[in-house]
Design a protein around this ligand. Structure first.
Ligand code: ZL4
Ligand code: CA
Ligand code: ZN
Length: 390
């Protein structure tokens, strides 16, 4: 019985709406909402659904999304139809709101956005009401969306909406982002407050890797009147970082941030494109290392909103998020690393049928992060945290 694995009796809640899953970004677009179906299949095959409170999330209302987004942007999102992209009368707004190849207009776009956003808002409210200690929305984590702009496969910023809910109850919230891309939309949303500390680990190459922001020295506008100055922590990395160095770096950076900032709640974005073999990513992490970051974050015992994000090799995304669900349930030691026979789509997981295939060995990228470089990053984070102390 998986319940026995949580003697402390803290509660984990799962927030999802299966209506998100059938949406389609278009042929050969890397973002595939059916990876959520695969994740759910794995989680259920392991029986983890018996150990959580399951909630069918609502669609976020227009007003809830307007907590962050501009109304003319939401109006456009609500009204636009596939095919409108090429209509001259829509051309200005398509450009203004950044729709195109990365952020296409597909069938049911507004439903898709309001459903994944509703999951994060519901999850955050359960945490605030003390009805959950760890609330999971794998359909969320869409960290690039701006208040009036779509960006990088993201339209509505569910992370910002969920964090705004948490800020109603907690004076300080820490945001942690292990997606391979920079969490620019969340950083920017909380640019001018000291009530959110954002920390993103990402591949950084200004001109050649999306979105091109998140340099080490970008720490928030340094104006003396801006309380948010120094409250953005960026950990820019190069190709091929391996398990050992990533885990060590994550623990040092997050450990130091926790000690200094002492947040009341944590939002963890678990983008799975930082795994090895990802279609868009360039790191060398295995499922266990990605999960180790989730496990370490959990050790602080704070209310946690856990969201998904990127992840473009669906079989590995579902492995990582199923494993991370088991970590949050403290059931990771008791589930079988061989994927159960009962999983529909078990064909996705062959030939090994392992939850932990050797991702770092399959497409070996040299680790371009030297020990000296990583030590320099840690040192710089410690220096930055000195501004936050007090
Ligand atoms: C695609 O094959 O780097 C979109 C996007 C669509 C299908 C057919 C269109 C072909 C790769 C990506 C042309 C596509 C050209 N289709 C896309 C600067 C770019 C301009 C757009 O994980 N082209 C932009 C966004 C990144 C750019 C990454 C990560 C999200 C997250 C959180 C977002 N954009 C160059 C690319 C394809 C496509 C193939 C693609 N887009 C890869 N990287 C990007 O952080 C969820
Ligand atoms: Ca990141
Ligand atoms: Zn990403």
């Amino acid at each position: 019985n998986l319940q026995i694995a949580r003697p402390q009796g803290y509660r984990v809640s799962w927030h999802a709406n299966p209506a998100v899953e059938p949406h389609h970004f278009g042929q050969s677009h890397p973002m595939k909402p059916w990876r959520l179906t695969l994740t759910k299949q794995l989680v259920m095959a392991y029986g983890m659904h018996h150990a959580m409170d399951l909630y069918l999330s609502r669609a976020a209302t227009y007003e809830e999304m307007a907590d962050f987004h501009e109304r003319d942007y939401l109006d456009f999102l609500q009204q636009i139809m596939p095919g409108d992209m090429d209509k001259p009368e829509q051309a200005d707004n398509v450009v203004r709101f950044n729709f195109g190849d990365d952020c296409p207009i597909f069938d049911g776009l507004y439903s898709y956005c309001s459903l994944y956003a509703g999951g994060s808002v519901d999850a955050a409210r359960k945490l605030c009401n003390n009805q959950s200690d760890i609330a999971i929305n794998w359909s969320g984590g869409l960290h690039h969306a701006k208040k009036a702009e779509a960006s990088g496969f993201c339209y509505v910023n569910d992370i910002v909406l969920g964090t705004l809910q948490l800020l109603r109850h907690h004076p300080r919230v820490m945001y942690i982002d292990i997606d391979v891309h920079h969490g620019d939309g969340v950083e920017q949303a909380f640019w001018s407050t000291d009530r959110v500390l954002t920390v993103s680990f990402h591949k950084y190459d200004k001109d050649n890797f999306f979105p091109g922001t998140g340099a080490r020295e970008d720490t928030g506008p340094a104006h003396p009147l801006n309380p948010g100055a120094h409250h953005a922590i960026n950990v820019p990395l190069n190709d091929g970082i391996d398990d050992e160095s990533y885990i060590a770096l994550f623990k040092e950076v997050i450990g130091a941030c926790m000690k200094t900032y002492q947040p009341g709640a944590v939002v963890l974005q678990c983008g799975a494109d930082s795994l090895g073999c990802d279609r868009l990513g360039c790191f060398n992490l295995n499922v266990r290392a990605h999960g180790a970051c989730v496990a370490y974050t959990k050790t602080f015992g704070l209310p946690m909103l856990v969201v998904g994000g990127g992840g473009y090799t669906p079989r590995n995304v579902s492995r990582a998020w199923a494993h991370e669900t088991s970590i949050l349930l403290e059931a990771d030691k008791i589930i079988d690393p061989t994927i159960p026979d009962s999983v529909a789509f078990r064909n996705h997981f062959g030939p090994d049928y392992s939850l932990f295939p050797p991702l770092s060995e399959m497409r070996k990228l040299d680790n371009k992060n030297t020990r000296a470089y990583l030590e320099g990053l840690v040192e710089a984070v410690h220096e930055q945290l000195r501004y936050i102390k007090g």
